[in-house]
Design a protein around this ligand. Sequence first.
Ligand SMILES: Cc1cc2nc3c(=O)[nH]c(=O)nc-3n(C[C@H](O)[C@H](O)[C@H](O)COP(=O)(O)O)c2cc1C
Length: 190
Amino acid sequence: MEFKELVKTRRSCRSFETSDVSEEQISSILDAGQWAPSPLNLQPWEYVIVTDKKIQGQIIKAAEDAKQTVIDSDGPGWVNKYGMNFLDEAPVYIVVVFDPSKGGLGGFFSQPHGALQAVSACVQNMMLAAADLGLGSLWFTFFAPDKVKTILDIPEKLEIAGVIPIGKHREEIKAPPRKEPKVHKERYTR
Ligand SMILES: Cc1cc2nc3c(=O)[nH]c(=O)nc-3n(C[C@H](O)[C@H](O)[C@H](O)COP(=O)(O)O)c2cc1C
């Protein structure tokens, strides 16, 4: 797909067909992730591929618990209506983890988020690659990370950038509107 079309075609997908995603498609998505930029080319990310329905179920439970926590804490009302059936539908999750200590030199001059910035570029590359393959994906973070780390046996020093469910999307998704770019010329104007 042509880039301009691709970048606008990718949508956060919240309804999937349960049909499988092939190993080849997963490899191609991971390969796109590998080509993301990172400070000192440290590539601070790793992936946990989850297709086991029992393990996925544990992650879904962690997501439902997080939703309940928000509801019990008088969080925004829309959360009550936020359904998470898509987590059950998606055949595969790519859980993207990263090492926050691999942020390059930024730590020396108040830029501590290099690894997070890099893994974010990695996730975006993968979601664009999925869209290019005609697949839907979602950057999902609605869970307590420690719970998901325990479920997946992720080492203490790593952080979770997101759980990315991937599959064939079930229905057309309306694009949420975009703001006009806020641009300042030469200097930031207030
Ligand atoms: C870091 C990050 C975390 C997100 N977490 C969630 C999430 O937990 N659940 C969800 O449904 N969408 C999540 N989203 C998706 C956003 O809601 C979505 O990107 C936004 O509404 C714009 O829609 P679009 O991706 O279709 O352009 C997340 C996006 C980002 C970048």
